[in-house]
Design a protein. Structure first.
Length: 368
């Protein structure tokens, strides 16, 4: 059988090709790609046993052990899963860690079933290396514009409306603030970096016009922004989104109380309401030192009481009060100070709709 393989990593990611990942579940959790589906040839325990055999007795013995471990019903179940996925996604590819034995074995078994399916030369390791280099190359070749503004002005809403906007918080599965944790688990650091590189690669392929991203800190939840991106952000110009205090309170009420509350109720059922309240109070404790003990206790009580009133009377005024207090005494002073330290120049200031209209027509950054 002639090996059917590709080394066109750029095309794989630009065309959003489906990928069959035959690495072990543990390898998959450490880092993967957005279109990958993990159907392992060997599970974690089997892989460990084969690896130990390889070290002690060599490749032939390790291959023999692998075939012994994955045989009979187990082999048929895994083969059926690969066949099903390959038939549903005939334009895809398969890979293992280095594009070696595991992907070649799966490719051979698929070929025996009458399915010619390409593997990726160099496997996961080569694609990961390509994305690291592509991120650095893309960031050196394209301008960034930061969408900034006080908490609650709707920066993410602006990003989502822009053709050249990349939502870092969506990629990180975290809203970026103290209260930003989502029910969905954050990706691994490597998976985030992979998806970020792919997003920028696609944006660059569409146009060389500036890319708009939110003005984030070094961390989004537990995700570190790559150093290359941080360096570009530090020099990038800024657009400032503005909104009234009442509008900002309404935005935060919708995001962190109403919408998040629905998610908790849907996920946890009857205990969702109390879990939602406890989560917000727990999140507040993370900034206790910055708030000071007295302010922290006051806000904790305000949040607790706001939920009680909301549940019993359907009134959200208590929520508006604690959100307003937190904005005026904590978030706004902190943001104003951080903005004063920024080196990037401010290109324009406006409401959400004004910034969106301006950004859609903005073509390039003058670097002089």
């Amino acid at each position: 059988m002639i090996k059917h393989a590709t080394s066109d990593y750029r095309n794989i990611f630009l065309e959003n090709k489906p990928l069959i990942d035959v690495r072990s579940p543990g390898e998959f959790l450490k880092g993967t790609f957005p279109t990958s589906c993990n159907i392992p040839l060997l599970n974690d325990e089997e892989r460990a046993a084969v690896g130990l055999c390889y070290k002690r007795h060599g490749q032939d013995a390790a291959i023999a052990l692998g075939h012994k471990l994955v045989t009979g019903t187990l082999r048929e179940e895994r083969l059926a899963a690969w066949v099903s996925l390959a038939k549903h996604h005939p334009a895809g590819c398969l890979y293992c860690f280095r594009g070696g034995l595991r992907s070649s074995i799966v490719q051979k078994w698929l070929n025996n079933e009458g399915i010619s399916y390409p593997l990726v030369n160099g496997g996961y390791k080569a694609m990961r290396r390509f994305l690291i280099e592509a991120l650095e190359e893309s960031l050196s070749d394209i301008d960034l514009v930061l969408v900034s503004g006080r908490t609650g002005v709707g920066k993410t809403r602006v990003i989502d409306k822009l053709d050249r906007g990349i939502d870092l918080e969506k990629l990180a599965k975290h809203r970026g603030s103290t209260f930003g944790k989502m029910l969905e688990k954050q990706p691994s650091q490597i998976s985030f970096e992979n998806e970020l590189s792919i997003s920028i690669l696609r944006a660059c392929a569409r146009s060389k016009a500036p890319i708009f991203i939110e003005d984030e800190g070094k961390l989004i939840g537990r995700i570190n922004l790559p150093s290359q991106l941080r360096s570009s952000m530090e020099k990038a110009p800024i657009v400032l989104v503005r909104a009234s205090l009442s509008d900002r309170i309404q935005t935060l009420l919708q995001d962190y109380v109403l919408d998040l509350g629905e998610e908790y109720s849907h996920f946890y059922g009857v205990s969702g309401k109390s879990q939602h309240r406890n989560r917000l109070i727990e999140d507040l404790s993370r900034i206790r030192r910055r708030l000071g003990g007295e302010k922290h206790e006051l806000l904790s009580k305000m949040i607790h009481d706001a939920f009680e009133i909301h549940w019993s009377k359907g009134c959200d005024s208590g929520h508006r009060e604690w959100i307003s207090e937190l904005l005026r005494t904590y978030y706004d002073p902190m943001y104003d100070y951080q903005l004063s330290q920024r080196k990037g120049r401010v290109l324009m200031k406006g409401t959400q709709s004004e910034v969106i209209a301006w950004a859609q027509d903005y073509k390039s950054c003058d670097r002089r």
